[in-house]
Structure formats: structure tokens, C-alpha cells
Design a protein around this ligand. Structure first.
Ligand SMILES: Cc1cc2nc3c(=O)[nH]c(=O)nc-3n(C[C@H](O)[C@H](O)[C@H](O)COP(=O)(O)OP(=O)(O)OC[C@H]3O[C@@H](n4cnc5c(N)ncnc54)[C@H](O)[C@@H]3O)c2cc1C
Length: 431
């Protein structure tokens, strides 16, 4: 099979988009900015947009094109919240800080949909909610507990029994679940392109095909060097997530970049559209090695799941994804697959995104664990507040963690996947 990074051109999003590509110049010569942002995905673009609203001049340097990373290839499910539920956040951070964290993570999908409205981003937004589907009887207890916590926070959650989840999803394979009405779906590449367009309109600069090859501190300034140019600024943000290289010592070793794969069928028949994940609802499972699914706005069925570790795709995993789809929806047995592609998500050991500030003026935000549309957008806003207002970040700033076994991650992760497979088979729920 082919290279995961280059699979962007095989994606549904790349081939069917509404927002025009940014078509930015390559960086040439020496430039100054207030903030250098490395990476043109949701983290970098949301930061650039919010910084621009404060009148702060940012320059985004993207190695390839806007949305080349996970932002332009993902499942398009806009899900608020973190792995930690409201009670965890209150326990970790105390009442006052905990409540503000709940409001930030719980409001992350609102932020996305408000930005789309405000900047008229043509990314087919739809807000019909997210189902977290219990893959076992045991997992229903965990999802109901989670739903109850958000209900206590005032969210109008729906508790789903076996019959109701089957009506909403079109498969009788799930034991129950909950529906979070705050969530929704969008065309992710168009969302990234729309963020870029809006940031540029407010004064941000974007350069594509401009990989940063080195980052150095000169006096109290940072210098980002590319093959044909450089940018100097007091602040720099690393927004490279699952595509993180070696610009900042140990950062790449703090995450596990793993592939997630997606397939998109041919447009379904009118009957199938009514039966299978109708009305714009999105779903993901409680398994650790989970499937996630939805319809596209032109009525294709999209399902995603685990990919390989490394840069090459694995044909066997793509076939397993298709087989999984047919197990859930036998009526899709003879439906052709039009698109298949993959991208890298950044996993962290604690399952949470990380904000680091290893040196003065240097920040990194990464590790969204496959849930970055809402959270990366929210982190971008938080970063802008941090720089513009000097407001301490609500989210904790942590030291870059060191995964001692990172160099041998492939075999370690193979063992980990087997372990999770056993836990999934025993019915345990993952958040
Ligand atoms: C297949 C798949 C499905 C997913 N599904 C969902 C979903 O349904 N919902 C959800 O919320 N999340 C999902 N995610 C996760 C989500 O896409 C990510 O969390 C999010 O896009 C991360 O955004 P980012 O801007 O931090 O990183 P990215 O979008 O990965 O961007 C990083 C960018 O940095 C650039 N870069 C790297 N090094 C350099 C350098 N040296 N110089 C310049 N640029 C550099 C890369 O080219 C890349 O464009 C999915 C991810 C994948 C891969």
C-alpha cells in the first residue's frame, strides 16, 4: 500500500471541497512577526485567527499545504469534552478552576460552530449530535455515568437504550449509549481552509511549502529557518501534532503518532441514507480500538478505524475496516468504496492534550488523541489570550513528558494493541 502522508490526495475531502485552497507563497527572505506559528492545521490556524483579532501579527509556516496534516483528513466529528469527565475535572482542579475547565471543554463545539457562522466557512456544518455507542453491556454503565455527569451540567443529553440506538444508527450491534446534542459534523479540510482565509483577512500571514528546518533562540527572539527564508519573532508556537519532528528537543518523543484510516463509499441509495446514520448524526464506539462513522453531506457512508504504526498504510487494516463496516451494516456488502485514506493522530500516555512552555516565548500544543477539531480550535483561542492578555492558560502547562520506550514504540504498541483488543473483547469501555 502507499504512503500515509501522501494519501491526502485520495481523500473525499481533497476531491470534493468548497473552500478554495489557500495557495500561499513559499517563504523567501527575512521577515519579522509577533508570533511564528509552525503548522497549518486547526491548532495553528485557530491561534492565528484569534491572535489577529487582538491585532497581533502572526506568521504561519506550513511544510506542505493548509490542512495537510490530520486537520484536512479527519472524520469531521466535532465532539466537545476531554477524556476526563466533569467530576474528574472538579476533583483534579477544585471547584472554581474545575468549573471553568468544564465550561471550556464543554463549550469547544460551540466555539467551532460559532466561528463557522461568523466567518461564513463553507464546510457543510451540521449539528445533529454525537452518539457514543456502547459495544458491550458493561460499557453501557460507563457511558450512562458519563452522560449523567454532563446532564448535571445542564446538557440535554439523551440516554439511548438498545432499541433507540438501533433506530438512530441503523445497526443493532450496540447495547446502548448516549447522544450529546452539542456535537456535530463538518468537512474538515474546508474548515481548515476557511480558518486560514479568515485569519489572512484579519492580517495573519501564511506561507505554504515552507517546512521549518531549524528553530533557534537569538537574544530574546526566536528564528525559524526554512530553506529559502526565515522569520524572527518573540513568540513561537509549535502546532505540528502527529507530524511533529525534531525542532524542539524531546517533543516528538512525547507523543505516539499512529495512523487512523477512513473509507468513504459511493453515495448511498435514498433508502440506505434513511436507514444508516441518518440526519447528520455522528457516532464513535466505546472500544479502545474503535470505529467512528457518519454520512457525508452528499450521502456517502464514512467509517474510520485504526491504521498502522509508521508511514506506510497496511492493506490488511483497510480490508478489516471494510469488513467491520459490513458486519455493522450488512446491506453495504456490495456498495463500492470510492475513497480511502489515512492520517496521523497524536496519542499521549494520559489521553489528554498537552500545553508545554519549555523555554521563554516557546509554546507547543499537541496530543488531541483523535479529538482535535473542537479542542485544537479551543486551544488556539486560549493561546491567543495567553499571548495577548498575558492571561495564564486555563489548561495546565506541563513539562514535556519522556516516553522512555519511544524508540521501540512499534513492538510496544503491537503489544498494547493486543492488550486493548482483549479489554475491548471483555467489554470494557474506553473514554
Ligand atoms: C484519520 C483521522 C481521523 C480523525 N477524526 C477526527 C474526528 O472525527 N474528530 C476530531 O475531533 N478529531 C479527529 N482527528 C484528530 C484531528 O484531526 C487532530 O486532532 C487535529 O487535526 C490536530 O490539528 P493540529 O493542527 O494540531 O495538527 P495537524 O492538522 O496534524 O497539523 C500539523 C501540521 O504541521 C505541519 N508541520 C509539521 N512539521 C512542520 C515543520 N517543520 N514546518 C512546518 N510545518 C510543519 C504538518 O505539515 C501539518 O500540516 C482525526 C485524525 C485523523 C488522522
Amino acid at each position: 500500500m502507499s504512503s500515509s502522508p501522501e494519501s491526502f490526495s485520495r481523500s473525499l475531502w481533497w476531491n470534493e471541497s468548497n473552500e478554495a485552497p489557500a495557495n500561499s507563497m513559499t517563504l523567501q527572505g527575512a521577515h519579522d512577526a509577533d508570533v511564528i506559528i509552525i503548522g497549518g492545521g486547526f491548532t495553528g490556524l485557530s491561534s492565528a485567527l484569534f491572535l489577529s483579532e487582538y491585532g497581533i501579527k502572526s506568521t504561519v509556516l506550513e511544510a506542505r499545504h493548509i490542512g495537510f496534516g490530520a486537520s484536512g483528513r479527519n472524520g469531521g466529528q466535532v465532539i466537545p469534552g476531554l477524556k476526563h469527565d466533569p467530576e474528574d475535572l472538579l476533583a483534579f482542579y477544585g471547584k472554581d478552576h474545575g468549573e471553568r475547565m468544564i465550561s471550556m471543554v464543554g463549550g469547544a463545539a460551540d466555539l467551532v460552530f460559532n466561528l463557522i457562522d461568523k466567518h461564513n466557512i463553507q464546510c457543510a456544518p451540521i449539528r445533529a449530535g454525537w452518539i457514543q455507542a456502547a459495544h458491550s453491556e458493561l460499557a453501557t454503565t460507563a457511558v450512562y455515568k458519563r452522560a449523567k455527569q454532563w446532564q448535571d451540567q445542564g446538557v440535554e443529553v439523551e440516554f439511548l437504550d438498545r432499541k433507540r440506538i438501533s433506530e438512530l444508527s441503523g445497526t443493532d450491534r450496540y447495547f446502548g449509549g448516549w447522544r450529546d446534542p452539542r456535537a456535530g459534523a463538518l468537512q474538515p479540510l474546508d474548515y481548515a481552509r476557511g480558518l486560514a482565509r479568515s485569519a489572512v483577512a484579519l492580517g495573519a500571514k501564511i506561507y505554504e511549502n515552507s517546512p521549518v528546518t531549524s528553530l533557534s533562540r537569538v537574544g530574546n527572539q526566536w528564528v525559524a529557518q526554512t530553506s529559502e527564508g526565515k522569520v524572527t519573532a518573540k513568540e513561537v508556537l509549535i502546532a505540528t501534532n502527529g507530524y511533529t519532528g525534531n525542532l524542539v528537543p524531546k517533543l516528538a518523543q512525547s507523543i505516539l503518532p499512529v495512523q487512523s484510516m477512513l473509507i468513504a463509499t459511493k453515495p448511498l441509495s435514498v433508502q440506505q441514507r434513511k436507514e444508516i446514520m441518518p440526519g447528520g448524526i455522528v457516532l464513535s464506539e466505546t472500544r479502545k480500538i474503535a470505529f467512528y462513522m457518519r454520512q457525508s453531506n452528499d450521502g456517502r457512508f464514512l467509517i474510520g478505524g485504526r491504521g498502522a504504526v509508521g508511514m506506510q498504510e497496511k492493506a490488511s487494516l483497510m480490508q478489516a475496516l471494510q469488513a467491520g463496516m459490513i458486519r455493522l451494516f450488512p446491506q453495504l456488502k456490495s456498495v463500492e468504496i470510492d475513497y480511502h485514506w489515512s492520517g496521523h493522530v497524536a496519542l499521549t500516555m494520559d489521553g489528554l492534550p498537552h500545553l508545554h512552555n519549555p523555554e521563554p516565548g516557546l509554546h507547543a500544543m499537541l496530543g488531541y488523541n483523535g479529538r482535535g477539531i473542537a479542542m485544537a480550535t479551543s486551544f488556539g483561542k486560549m493561546y491567543a489570550q495567553l499571548i495577548a492578555e498575558g492571561r495564564p492558560a486555563l489548561y495546565p502547562t506541563t513539562k514535556i513528558p519522556r516516553l522512555a520506550w519511544h524508540a521501540i514504540r512499534k513492538p510496544v504498541m503491537d503489544i498494547g494493541i493486543r492488550w486493548y483488543w482483549i479489554k475491548d473483547s471483555l467489554g470494557f469501555a474506553s473514554k
